[in-house]
Design a protein around this ligand. Structure first.
Ligand SMILES: Cc1cc2nc3c(=O)[nH]c(=O)nc-3n(C[C@H](O)[C@H](O)[C@H](O)COP(=O)(O)O)c2cc1C
Length: 511
């Protein structure tokens, strides 16, 4: 079973680290002639347009990102309006900008390089307004396209070893990753981006589902081959990453298993030629689950992460007051990654603790048991938070405290750690996600690598929304892996750098 052979993850992770020297010795130039299409297009399938005048939920953004609808309650059936809302506010186009290389259509969730390699599919039974089928969502024309007619939910449920949320879901969304669309710019590191970019999208998806009154959760345990086959994916190009069951019917109404023959559906090539990065295909294969038994065993594996030892003195955060007005839809439409932070600005401790409080209340996911478990630890470089000394900190979640690791002004260091960019130096605070990869791989096998990247992206995505709900700015960032570790050591010794998000106030440009 490849998933237990965890050297594969170390090979991929170590092989895709950024360092000051790797960036200089292996510069990568973008070949605009092979810039990939941002959309998956099935030229021979008629679109089924989704409704565009969708009812707003009216639910405040901070509530939406922090709450989940209990799956033990009564029935909650999504209709076509709900599905349209969830798909649009997770993967839809929210703004457009002219660019020398062609127009860029920005979407609801942040994505590395605005390359949008995550595709969305729906496997549904009959819903109000939509017949049972397997559909692909295309944000370009806000439409679904029917790939298979009929109810294939039992096929999907079986691939998850009868995971209860999938068994009881009237519809399940499947997120996939398309290698070339992101690797065009980021080469083999794109496999990490699958987790990050799928994660930010999931933050929106979970929030909008909750705001719609629908239970939703992340399912990472499934037989890869079965799900890929159901979606008719060409797995050298595109692979399934996670499932999100939406809604619940207490009486499971799964039909019989159906034949799902290969369809060989035609799609428009992303570009004239593509470069394949075997490191990513190997990482994906090594983290694939091969049978229902393996999925069931994988999910049953409970991991306990004892808290690490306290360091330095601690600052206790207050629980923030709820002073929110904007709805989740308004905040998603307003969100955009900050392109320049105001170095002279500061944020309040309440704003910072609001971000932590609402973004880290636990993700509903089949790999996070008991609920509230978090695979990554959060480390901070504070530049300008009122009442907090500038310095390096560790967030002790279970005590709601920040522990000082080192006081001092570290804007120069932050500039270096964030790949020599101005953004992490000018922000008010940089939040680094670090994880004990060794322990995670021991528990989850190579699939743990998918889990930790995805979790960080989803929490990072919630932080984006929590920042924009408070009219602050935020951006995801990439980083020099080992330098981040060294900066936070000895406290972070043995961990690995997973994700980085900067928060601050956007620079107001002169008119
Ligand atoms: C995980 C992650 C890492 C990112 N890294 C960088 C970065 O290193 N530098 C940068 O300028 N922007 C970075 N971005 C921002 C993206 O470029 C931005 O999300 C994308 O252009 C889409 O724009 P939007 O977020 O405004 O919708 C990152 C975004 C994410 C989600």
């Amino acid at each position: 079973m490849a998933n237990r052979e965890i050297e594969a993850t170390w090979k991929y992770h170590d092989g895709t680290k950024h360092s000051y020297w790797s960036i200089r010795n292996h510069p990568h130039f973008l070949d605009w002639a092979t810039r990939p299409l941002a959309f998956k297009i099935y030229p021979k399938i008629e679109p089924l347009p989704l409704p565009r005048d969708i009812r707003q939920t009216g639910v405040a953004a901070l509530s939406a990102i922090s709450e989940t609808v209990p799956s033990a309650g009564g029935d909650s059936m999504p209709d076509l309006q709900d599905l349209a809302r969830i798909l649009y506010f997770s993967g839809g186009i929210t703004k457009q900008r002219a660019h020398p290389g062609g127009a860029v259509y920005f979407r609801a969730a942040a994505c590395t390089g605005a390359l949008y390699e995550i595709e969305l599919y729906v496997v549904t039974g009959d819903l109000k307004g939509l017949d049972a089928g397997v559909y692909h969502f295309n944000p370009a024309d806000v439409s679904l396209r029917l790939l298979r007619k009929g109810d294939f939910r039992r096929n999907l449920a079986q691939a998850t070893a009868m995971e209860p949320a999938v068994v009881h879901a009237p519809a399940t969304i499947i997120c996939t990753g398309t290698y070339w669309r992101n690797a065009w710019k980021y080469q083999a590191r794109a496999y990490r981006h699958f987790g990050w970019d799928n994660g930010t999208l999931l933050a929106n998806m979970l929030a909008v589902s909750a705001a719609s009154g629908l239970p939703a959760e992340i399912v990472l345990g499934f037989v890869d081959g079965e799900v890929n086959r159901l979606l008719d994916l060409d797995t050298r190009h595109e692979v399934s990453l996670c499932l999100v069951p939406i809604g619940r019917k207490s009486e499971s109404s799964l039909p019989d298993l159906r034949e799902a023959p290969a369809l060989g559906l035609e799609t428009v090539p992303l570009s004239e030629r593509e470069i394949e990065y075997p490191a990513m295909l190997e990482m994906h294969d090594a983290s694939s689950l091969e049978s229902e038994e393996e999925v069931a065993r994988w999910r049953g594996k409970q991991q306990l992460f004892p808290p690490s030892a306290p360091a330095g003195h601690a600052l206790r955060f207050q629980r923030p007051l709820e002073e929110e007005q904007d709805t989740i839809e308004q905040v998603i439409l307003r969100r955009g990654s900050t392109r320049a932070f105001d170095r002279t600005a500061s944020i309040t401790p309440d704003q910072l603790s609001t971000i932590f409080d609402y973004a880290t209340r636990g993700l509903p996911a089949d790999f996070l048991e008991p609920p509230g478990l978090q695979l990554s630890d959060l480390y901070l470089i504070v530049h300008s938070v009122q009442g907090l000394k500038a310095g390096a900190y560790f967030l002790r979640r279970e005590r709601n405290t920040l522990e000082v690791l080192r006081e001092g002004g570290f804007r120069g260091e932050a500039h270096h750690l964030g790949l020599e960019q101005e953004l992490p130096a000018d922000a008010c605070v940089d939040i680094f996600f670090l994880a004990d990869l060794k322990r995670i791989l021991e528990g989850y096998g190579n699939r743990g690598y998918r889990a930790v990247q995805l979790e960080a992206g989803a929490i990072g995505g919630k932080m984006y929304l929590a920042a924009y709900a408070q009219r602050l700015g935020a951006t995801g960032l990439t980083f020099f892996d080992d330098d981040v570790l060294n900066f936070f050591s000895p406290h972070a010794k043995g961990k690995n750098a997973i994700f980085l998000l900067a928060i601050g106030k956007p620079l107001k440009r002169k008119p």
